[in-house]
Write a protein that binds this ligand. Structure first.
Ligand code: SF4
Length: 557
């Protein structure tokens, strides 16, 4: 397998090589556990059309740049705290361990390695001293990713991020050698926003003739705000909304002539990724895991608290369920991997059935992903077939143990069916990674107590837990429905931040986010059975690594 450490990546092009048409960049900062699927499907589609396209996982590269013992020591200064000093000494060993199979064999040693790496990253505070990078996220204390003025500052070089040295000294010279006609930066998460704008500004300054495009889920989430305000984001020549396949193909075909600033996509999507650019052994994972998807968007789309339900950024598209198992087999053969992360918002039932029917052929493969608490999982035989097809873990959004609240959310789940499904999955040997959120509009303490009872009663059937406080999308109508007849309403959160994604959730009946947070800490996490589940959830990497630590699982898929 290719490794960035041996300099064999697609991007290391000889001097004098012809210029490329387009370079795709996945910017920091997201968990560096697996290569980016969005970049891989775009690359596949463009190369399939004969475009000279390259891609770079700048997220992984930035993390590896920063997870360097001497660099951490230099950033930590003369008298670092003991934990940081120890982390700097252990970072290289921890990195090697985390990328080895024995890491999946000892949760204690795994946690210790992850903590050393995370402590090492804490040395980097940026020029302002207010930045914070972890293995899962990035924040700048002085800048907001939702403020156009802050985006302009960072794109113009007026402010920097802790990624500047990597961008300037490593990435930019390589981009310059490639002489791309265009650079497309994909931003899917808020922690990528500020670094992406800084990088865009640097490329703009260093290569003024190169066209710059922004795309991905975050830009798509800003669509309404950008169209309403007519706002142009600094450094980019165009912003793509929706799937990038159509937009980029269109731009390349037109020779990157000015096609307008807001680029609306058609429904063309690609499901077959090209991971040729990704140095698989370098990702922070005990074993390489490849993300694949059998759908884009969500086939259900009715949950009133979810962006996919209230303001989907993609038209729904599904791959052919009959051939999806062949895609897994193809990828396993081509890249020598056996573990797959199905990144669907909810794996379509037809795909689950198709995979279950091909269990025998998929022997040796392991996969996990999100599914709904759907009626098909009530069949114990179906759960067993899924397990036989390599399903190691299903991520399931329970959200609440209160039927009344689930109904108000439009979740379409029956609490008693969720109970039966957890039992079936547990008997089949599939770990359930259950997602719960508190603080929904109209939630009462009684609803929260029902959630507590559900988790407590099913603790033996739940492998891992994600407990969170709801962030309500600004387009959600859910808050306006109220839970007890109240008109919740509320202005979008951060009126000064036109690009903000959420709106406030007002208290009702003496219950709100603060009470929900307290309940989570004092009731849920003080329940020994629930605390035990939380304690076996891998720190920082959570669901990206949880299936390596299935209860009773050996290392073999
Ligand atoms: S919560 Fe899940 S099932 Fe519901 S709309 Fe969102 S992605 Fe779809």
């Amino acid at each position: 397998m290719m490794s960035a450490r041996d300099g064999s990546g697609d991007m290391d092009r000889a001097a004098g090589a012809p210029p490329i048409d387009i370079l795709l960049i996945h910017p920091p900062a997201v968990k560096p556990a697996e290569p980016p699927l969005g970049t891989a499907v775009l690359l596949s589609r463009l190369r399939g059309r004969g475009v000279r396209a390259e891609a770079v996982d700048a997220n992984l590269e930035a993390y590896l740049h920063l997870l360097d013992g001497p660099r951490i020591e230099a950033a930590a200064g003369a008298s670092p705290p003991t934990a940081l000093h120890r982390a700097a000494r252990n970072v290289s060993r921890s990195l090697a361990f985390l990328r080895s199979l024995p890491a999946a064999g000892s949760f204690r040693r795994y946690v210790s390695a992850v903590r050393h790496l995370d402590a090492g990253l804490s040395a980097y505070r940026g020029e302002s001293g207010s930045e914070r990078l972890t293995l899962g996220d990035y924040a700048h204390g002085g800048l907001s990713e939702f403020s156009p003025a802050d985006l302009a500052r960072v794109a113009s070089g007026g402010e920097s991020t802790l990624f500047s040295p990597y961008f300037r000294n490593d990435l930019l010279p390589r981009i310059a050698r490639m002489r791309p006609r265009a650079v497309a930066i994909s931003v899917h998460y808020r922690h990528q926003v500020l670094p992406a704008f800084e990088l865009a500004g640097m490329v703009r300054a260093a290569l003024p003739g190169t066209r710059l495009y922004g795309g991905g889920g975050m830009f798509s989430s800003w669509k309404n705000a950008l169209l309403r305000s007519g706002l142009r984001l600094p450094a980019f020549d165009g912003i793509g909304f929706g799937p990038g396949e159509t937009v980029l193909s269109f731009l390349v075909a037109g020779g990157f002539a000015d096609a307008g600033y807001h680029l609306e996509a058609g429904g063309e999507v690609e499901f077959h990724p090209d991971y040729g650019f990704a140095p698989l052994p370098d990702y922070l994972s005990p074993e390489p895991v490849l993300p694949v998807a059998s759908s884009r968007g969500c086939y259900y789309r009715k949950c009133a608290f979810c962006p996919e339900g209230v303001a989907p950024t993609h038209p729904y598209a599904e791959s052919d369920p009959a051939t999806f198992p062949d895609l897994l087999l193809d990828m396993a053969r081509k890249y020598g991997v056996r573990r797959f992360h199905l990144t669907d918002n909810a794996i379509p039932v037809r795909v689950l059935r198709s995979v279950a029917e091909r269990g025998e052929r998929l022997r040796g493969i392991s996969w996990h992903g999100f599914a709904r608490f759907g009626r098909e999982l009530l069949d114990p035989g179906f759960a067993a077939s899924l397990a036989a097809s390599g399903c190691s873990m299903l991520q399931l959004g329970l959200e609440s143990g209160s039927q009344a609240l689930l109904d108000r959310m439009g979740k379409g789940t029956r609490v008693e069916e969720a109970s039966a499904i957890l039992r079936n999955l547990s008997r089949a040997g599939i770990d359930a990674y259950v997602y719960v959120m508190l603080g929904a509009p109209g939630e009462t303490e009684r609803d929260a107590e029902r959630t507590h009872s559900f988790l407590s009663e099913h603790a033996g059937e739940i492998g891992f837990l994600n407990l969170s406080i709801l962030n309500l999308p600004r387009d959600a109508a859910f808050a306006d429905r109220g839970g007890d007849g109240s008109t919740a309403g509320g202005e979008p959160r951060g009126e000064d931040d036109p690009l903000g994604l959420y709106r406030p959730i007002p208290e009702s009946g003496g219950w709100g986010r603060a009470q929900a947070r307290r309940f989570l800490r004092r009731r849920l996490l003080c329940d020994p059975a629930i605390r035990a589940i939380a304690a076996r959830t891998p720190p920082w990497f959570t669901s990206n690594h949880a299936f390596f630590f299935r209860r009773g699982a050996a290392q073999a898929p």
